[in-house]
Design a binder for this molecule. Structure first.
Ligand code: SF4
Length: 363
């Protein structure tokens, strides 16, 4: 059985691959900006079927991976307090902070850390523990932030005074603009994140075509979706065109999700944010709007970010900028494995290093 036989429509995929092989003129260096695309490309084996001249780079699309060292240090310090219950999604539990500490170890040592499956679960936690502050760790892009904003409004309606959020939410377009401005990044085209785009709409990436003259395609996560996107990118590149094309119309409306954007913009204001590997990027984060400040854990608990150095030897920053293939990190597969991760790109299910380790066959 070949890799192709496992695809949803092997015949159509073969035909798309043949077209890519036949039409590609020169090299296509493309970046996918979504951890789910990273995983799909490796898990499906698609990576091994593409022409060598199609060069795949992963971008900063894994929200756990781009959470900055200083932000990880802050929430680990928070977990050490005995007046707080930290509520978090499970994928943050093993992200290493300073000295290799993580939430899982803190929990084993007695810290009150609770894994939740939705921010709404944190509301229940706050209701069940009225004498304790419950702090939800708000990590994620435009896909997650509207749900967290809706949770804050629910807490307000329920009259909860012990529910708070540490907002480390990040916005994708400003980070891409910062990354594309890097003269060292040689890129021909982008595959855009389907989930984020379902909220903000494809027009949010107009600057990629207008300012950076880069073709960009919004697409789904099936290998068939990705192959269609790659053929479109090859054709744009051959024609000297740079357009943002939405090929994921079954899930991504042209206008995005205005209701989700409205609730996000009601509860949060944009702010500068720190990104692992990319540093401080103007207007790329979300902080509480003044009328919701009482839910802001940073303000209520007086939390401030302290500069934390990168994890020694870990090159996640370069991986997230598409400058280093995961297996080129000297620690990859040796000191750093999914069982013993040194950096977040090896922890998260959407991390490039974890996907590369798990699915890549040419190690
Ligand atoms: Fe960081 Fe490990 Fe990836 Fe190296 S292999 S960049 S140490 S996560």
């Amino acid at each position: 059985m070949s890799v192709l036989d496992k695809f949803s429509d092997p015949k159509l995929c073969r035909s798309l691959l043949d077209r890519i092989h036949a039409e590609l003129d020169g090299e296509l260096r493309f970046m996918e900006v979504c951890g789910t695309h990273t995983v799909s490309i490796f898990r499906s084996g698609l990576h091994s079927l593409l022409p060598e001249r199609v060069i795949h780079l992963s971008g900063p699309g894994c929200p756990v991976c781009v959470t900055h060292e200083s932000e990880v240090a802050l929430y680990l310090d928070l977990a050490a307090r005995d007046d707080v219950i930290v509520a978090t999604f499970g994928d943050l539990m093993r992200v290493p902070g300073p000295g290799g500490r993580n939430l899982k170890a803190a929990q084993a040592e007695g810290a009150r850390v609770q894994v939740v499956y939705s921010p709404f679960d944190a509301i229940k936690l706050a209701q069940d523990n009225p004498d304790t502050k419950v702090v939800f760790l708000g990590i994620g892009f435009e896909t997650t932030a509207p749900t967290v904003a809706a949770t804050v409004k629910m807490a307000e309606q329920a009259g909860l005074t012990n529910f708070h959020v540490v907002s480390f939410h990040k916005l994708v377009p400003p980070a891409l603009a910062a990354l594309m401005a890097d003269p060292e990044l040689r890129l021909d085209a982008l595959i855009m994140p389907g989930h984020v785009t379902s909220i903000i709409g494809p027009a949010a990436y107009g600057f990629l075509a207008d300012e950076f003259k880069l073709p960009a395609v919004v697409t789904g996560f099936d290998p068939l979706d990705i192959l269609q996107a790659l053929l479109e990118l090859v054709r744009q590149r051959n024609d000297g065109r740079a357009e943002v094309v939405n090929m994921y119309t079954r899930a991504v409306p042209e206008e995005g999700n205005p209701k989700a954007v409205a609730i996000m913009n009601e509860v949060f204001d944009t702010s500068d944010a720190l990104w692992r590997g990319l540093g401080r990027i103007p207007a790329s984060g979300l902080e509480f709007a003044p009328q919701y400040e009482r839910f802001d854990a940073k303000k209520v608990l007086g939390l401030t970010l302290h500069e934390e150095p990168p994890i020694p030897g870990c090159r996640c920053g370069e991986v997230l900028k598409g400058k280093l293939a995961p297996n080129k990190c000297p620690l990859f597969g040796k000191a750093c494995t999914p069982a013993q991760p040194v950096g977040p790109c090896m922890v998260s299910t959407e991390g490039s290093c974890a996907a590369y380790f798990k699915y890549h066959t040419e190690l």
